[in-house]
Structure formats: structure tokens, C-alpha cells
Design a protein around this ligand. Sequence first.
Ligand code: PLP
Length: 467
Amino acid sequence: MTVHESVLDAIGETPLFRLTQLGRGIVTPLYAKAEFLNIGGSVKDRAALSMVLQAERDGLLRPGGTIVEATSGNTGIGLAIIGRQRGYRVIVGVSDRSAREKVDILRAYGAEVVLAPTRFAKQHPDHLFNVVRRLVDEIPGAWLANQYDNPANPAAHLRTTGPEIWRQTGGRVTHFVAGVGTGGTISGTGEFLRGASGGTVTVVGADPETSVYSGGDGSAYYVESIGHFLHPDTAEDVWPQSYHRDVVDRFERIPDRESLLTARRLASEEGLLAGPSSGAAAAAALRVARTLGPDDLVVVLLPDSGRSYLSTVFSDDWLRRWGFLEDPDGAEPTVRQLLDRSPGWADRLVTVSSRASAGAAVDGLPGSVVAVAVVLARAERRHGLSATEILGWIEPAALGAAIAAGRIRPDSPVSDHLVDPLPAVGGGQPVSAARAALGPRHAAAVVLRDGRAISLVTREELDAAIR
Ligand SMILES: Cc1ncc(COP(=O)(O)O)c(C=O)c1O
């Protein structure tokens, strides 16, 4: 039995589990490295420990000091545990889109949490990174961990994750699959395995389909913590220095739906309750393993636990509302089936850039347009409009009338005139569920498929379908 003198000793040395169910019919052995079994519940404990110890050695972190970081959660959890154990104050800046459970966990471990909105581009003073940098300047003895550019992040995996996988597989591993967030995991682990195998191990990145790492358009996606999102207002797209591009041989590009549903299969079929980035990695590993033979061996890294996503990925209701799950065989038609009865439904969704003026936004619109989505940028995204990139809505009829009456200046920014956000319904939801989501006030709802806005459905249409 293992006895630890400190929780810090329970970081690393995680087990591999063979994926027997997901890998059914595949001749290549497929093993998952269960990083959610680290003391803080994720792979990021390794990077956090490595960064703190290195900062102490470098004299950047001294007794009484403060650890500051901007993170979607897991690195913050690792830093909170390690930082508090070593006597530091810990402040974590988190985007307001992060799972609520992650924020609660940070506070439970004794971190102070600062929430910052996601709608700003990197150069904006209220972007999360700039908020956090200001804190470091203001607090004496503060040290910014900066996992994105800190060499101690990939070094953690070069020193621990890679050697563990090599030992655990007896040197038989031929393919390593992982998601890329900061890039620390894939760069350090991949570099070690490549070196240990004499260059024969293939390193495969699992990337959300729209992430720019693998050539996507950079629009928002629903798998937290991996990939690279590009805010449309970004002046210069900088990639993390923790990501060493030359280590990744190729990418598998995984649509959100495949990632989310694979995470659910890991839990229900393999007994491994892991998060959506694990779903993306496992989906990529399955694709890789299907092309290989019995002498190959695939290891996929599962970064964190599914417990942080019970109200999202593991909630049927959430998946339905965002259009990731369908009920096509119910007694009632679905919203999508209802739309299919109206030719031209795909043209109902009209968008305007948040940078447009009120006058330009309503100019020349047909009277049939009940609501217009105000979006981050005018540029069309190749993968459609992610619902998270809709800043708000305007009602062109009311706005046009207000301009005509002189109550609103036509050159005022359109984003000053947003109305109550339209409710969102999944295309696969039955019409009565969509009608309930509409409530008493709204005339229409935005229809989502795979988290992307595809059309609008009106109250009249829904009422007529239910009657
Ligand atoms: C859940 C989860 N998955 C994947 C990653 C990506 O790992 P890395 O930053 O090492 O690329 C992270 C990093 O924060 C994470 O928290």
C-alpha cells in the first residue's frame, strides 16, 4: 500500500487502462492514461508542480509570495493545492465561460478567483491575461506562472509523463494521442517518446474541428481547454511557447459532437468518467487505432475528470438544448422537422457585426426579419456561427422606427441597442419543449445544431405545430 507524507507526492504515476469496449473490433491495443487520478483531478497538477518548484529554484517565488495565473481551471486547481501546501497566496483569473464547478473547486482549495469576460480580444485591457498581469504588477512578491510560455510546463511531461508511458508499455508504444491546449502535455510527452523510441513513435494531436492549430477558422467550439480559438478582433495571433509544433506529426480534427459523445461513452462503456477534452482525444485515438495493426500500441491521454461537467456534457438536457442530441422518433415533430416544412428556413438567420452602426444594421432589411443577431465580426466563419459568438439581438422593426422618429442616432453603435437575448433551442428538441423555452415574452427562438445557430423559429409556428 502507498503511504504519502504530502499530497504533492500523489502527482504523477497514473495508471493506463485498456479501452476494451470503445476499441471493440480494433486489433491494435488502445490504452488510456488516466490523468484525472492525480491529486487535483487533472494532468495540470504535473505542470503546476514543475512550474512552482522551478520558480522557487529561480528565486522568483519566495516565502510570503503570491502565485497568480490565468487558466480555464485545472492549472489553477493544481497551483492552488501546491501553492497552499507550500505557504503561498494563490490568485486565479478564470474566464466567465468556464464550468461553474471548476470555480467552486478553486475556492474550496483556498484560491482567490477573479472572473473576467471572454468577449474581449487579447489586446483589450479587460482581457483575462491583461487583468491578471495588472494584479502581478500591483502585488509585491507576486509571480505569474504563465503556463502558456513557461518552459517548466512541457518539461514536467518530458520528465514524468513520457517516461511513465514508456515504462508502462515496456517500450511498445507506437502512437501517442493528446489534445493541445498550452501544448505542454503533447510537447513534453511527445518529445520524450520520440527520443526514447529512436524517432519511431508517432505523435497525434486531437484538435477541435474549428481550432486554428489544425487549420480551422478559429471560431468558438464547445470542448474546453484544448485547441486555439481566434477572437475575430485579434490583432496578432500568438501561439503558446509551451507548444512545440515540430513534435506533432499530424492532427485528427474532431467535431464537437464526436468529442462530447465519446466522453459519454468513456464513462458509460469503460467506467472512466472523464471530461470533453478526453472525449476529443479518445475519438482521435480510435480513428488512429483503426488504421493500425496488432503490433502497434496506442496511448491516449485523458486530461481531467468528468465530474466538472455533470451539468453540461453529461446532462441530456444540456446536449439537447445546444443541438447535440436529437429525439427524432418521439410522438411530436422536432424543431428541425418543423423548419423543414418551410422552404428557405436557412435564410432566416441574419447577422450584423458588433462594429456596425444602428442605421447600417437595419438598412434594407426585409420586413419579415423579426430579429438580427449581433455577432463578434462581420467575417463569415467557414464552420457557421457558433452560438457563443452571438453578443446579442436587435429587433429591426423597433430599431428602425426609433431611428425614423429621431430617438436613436443612426450612427450610434448597434451594440448599444440590444434587446433581451433570444432563447436558444436545439433542432432535435420536440416542438413543445421549444415552445416552453420561449416563455411568455419572446416572439422567436434561435435554433441550434451542434452548438451553431442555423435558423430562427417563431412562436406562431410552434403554436400551430402543437395545436
Ligand atoms: C481538461 C484539459 N484538457 C486538456 C488540456 C491541455 O493540456 P496542455 O495545456 O498541456 O496542452 C488542459 C490544459 O489546461 C486541460 O485542463
